[in-house]
Design a protein around this ligand. Structure first.
Ligand SMILES: CC(=O)N[C@@H]1[C@@H](OP(=O)(O)OP(=O)(O)OC[C@H]2O[C@@H](n3ccc(=O)[nH]c3=O)[C@H](O)[C@@H]2O)O[C@H](CO)[C@@H](O)[C@@H]1O
Length: 374
C-alpha cells in the first residue's frame, strides 16, 4: 500500500484539551508510519483550546472545522457528526480515530458508522458502575464500544469490561494509556522551567474542577472545604488553574479569589501543569486524566466525584474517592496530608496505566488493520 493510496488515510478527530493530550503520541506515531497518511481534524468543539493545546506540543491540525455554536448537547452532537462525516468523505478517509468520552469522540464514532468506516477508539473500556454517570461521558463510552473495530483499552480492567459487554477479543488491544506517553516525555525533560504561580508556602495543593456533575452546589461545597483546609494549615497554599467554562470559573473566583494563599491562574500548558502536580503535596480534582498521571508523580489525589472509571488508581491507594460533602473532603484531605505520599509508579508495562509507549502500539495496530484489509 503506498502512502498516496486513499485507503491509507487515517482521520484523527480531536475536540477538547484532554483529547489533544491523549492523542499527541498517537498522531506522532501515525505520522512516523510510512504506510499511513494521517490527517488531524480539529472538530470545532473547543476549537481555540485544541489549537493551543496541540501548538504547545508542536503539533498542528491538518483540518479545522468551524467552532460549533450550540446551546444543547444534541445540537452539538449533530453538528460535530455532520462535520466529521463531511471531512471523512471529502478526504476519502479509510479509518477514523477518536479518543475517550467527549461529544467529539461519540460524534466521530457515529460519523464513521454512517459511512461504513472502521473506527479506532483510543481509551476504550473505561466504565463506572452506573450506566449513565457521569453524564454524558459514560453513555458515550458505552455507545462507542460496539461501533469500534479497534478498541484500544488502557488497562486489563478496561479490556475485561469490553469483553464482558460482548466485544470480540480480536477487537480489543490492551496498550496502556496514551497520556502516560506524554507524561513520560515531560518527566524526562530536564530543561529548567519557571513556576511563578507556586505559592510562597512550604506545601501546596493543586486544585482543578470542571465536571458537569459538580456545576453549582458541588463547586460550592468543594470550595468551602478548601477554605477550611487553609484555616487548619497555615503552611499550605493552593494553586487552581481555572477551567475556561464560565459557569465554573465565575463560581470558583467568587469563593476563592480573595484568599491570600490561593492562586487562581489561567489553564496551564501541559509541562507547567505537570510540574505543579509533581510539586503538590495533594491534588483535589474531578478530572479523569489527573487520576492517571498523579500515581506516576507520587502525588496523592482526592477525587471529588461520586464514582470513578479509574478503579486502578483507587486500588493502588493513589486516589481516594470522596463524596461531595464539605466535612468529608476536609477529613480525607487531612488524612492524606498526614500520611506519607504514595511511591511513584515506574514507566513500566506492569504499572497500572502502562509504560508510556501506547502511541507506537496503536499506530502499529492501525497499520496492520489497514494492511490486512487492502
Ligand atoms: C469522565 C471523565 O473523566 N472524562 C475524561 C475527560 O477528561 P479530563 O476529565 O481528564 O479533562 P481535563 O481535566 O480537562 O484535562 C485533564 C488533562 O489536562 C491536563 N491539564 C490540566 C489543567 C491545566 O491547567 N493544564 C493541563 O494541561 C492534565 O494534566 C490532564 O492531562 O475527557 C477525556 C478525553 O476524552 C477522557 O479521557 C476522560 O475520561
Amino acid at each position: 500500500m503506498s502512502a498516496n493510496s486513499p485507503n491509507s488515510r487515517v482521520l484523527v478527530v480531536a475536540g477538547t484539551r484532554p483529547e489533544c493530550l491523549k492523542l499527541a503520541s498517537v498522531v506522532r506515531a501515525l505520522r512516523a508510519t510510512p504506510s499511513l497518511q494521517p490527517l488531524l481534524l480539529n472538530s470545532g468543539q473547543h476549537q481555540a483550546m485544541v489549537e493551543r493545546t496541540f501548538a504547545q506540543l508542536d503539533l498542528h491540525c491538518d483540518l479545522v472545522n468551524p467552532q460549533i455554536a450550540s446551546a444543547s448537547l444534541s445540537h452539538a452532537l449533530a453538528a460535530l457528526r455532520d462535520g466529521v462525516r463531511r471531512v471523512a468523505r471529502e478526504q476519502s478517509a479509510a479509518l477514523v480515530v477518536s479518543q475517550g468520552d467527549t461529544s467529539s469522540a461519540y460524534a466521530a464514532a457515529l460519523a464513521a458508522r454512517d459511512l461504513g468506516l472502521p473506527l479506532a477508539h483510543v481509551e476504550a473500556g473505561l466504565r463506572t458502575s452506573h450506566p449513565y454517570r457521569p453524564f454524558p461521558e459514560e453513555l458515550f463510552r458505552r455507545r462507542i464500544a460496539p461501533i469500534a473495530r479497534l478498541n484500544f483499552a488502557p488497562t486489563a480492567q478496561a479490556a475485561a469490561n469490553l469483553r464482558s459487554e460482548g466485544v470480540a477479543g480480536e477487537r480489543i488491544f490492551q496498550v496502556g494509556n496514551s497520556v502516560i506517553d506524554l507524561l513520560r516525555e515531560q518527566v524526562e525533560d530536564s530543561r529548567p522551567l519557571a513556576l511563578p504561580f507556586l505559592p510562597d508556602t512550604p506545601r501546596h495543593i493543586a486544585l482543578t474542577l470542571h465536571r458537569r456533575e459538580n456545576y453549582g452546589r458541588g463547586l460550592d461545597l468543594v470550595c468551602a472545604a478548601v477554605l477550611q483546609l487553609l484555616d487548619l494549615h497555615d503552611d499550605i497554599g493552593v494553586v487552581c488553574p481555572v477551567h475556561p467554562n464560565p459557569a465554573v470559573g465565575s463560581r470558583i473566583r467568587r469563593h476563592l479569589s480573595a484568599h491570600p494563599r490561593i492562586n487562581l491562574v489561567d489553564p496551564l500548558d501541559y509541562r507547567p501543569f505537570i510540574a505543579l502536580l509533581a510539586h503538590a503535596r495533594l491534588a483535589i480534582t474531578d478530572s479523569g486524566g489527573i487520576q492517571e498521571e498523579a500515581p506516576y508523580l507520587g502525588t496523592p489525589v482526592l477525587v471529588v466525584r461520586e464514582n470513578t472509571e479509574r478503579p486502578e488508581s483507587v486500588a493502588l491507594g493513589a486516589a481516594t474517592l470522596v463524596p461531595l460533602k464539605t466535612e468529608r473532603i476536609v477529613a480525607e484531605a487531612n488524612r492524606l496530608l498526614a500520611v506519607p505520599a504514595p511511591l511513584r509508579l515506574p514507566f513500566a508495562p506492569e504499572s497500572a496505566y502502562g509504560d508510556g509507549r501506547s502511541g507506537e502500539r496503536i499506530a502499529a495496530a492501525i497499520a496492520n488493520h489497514l494492511h490486512d484489509r487492502a
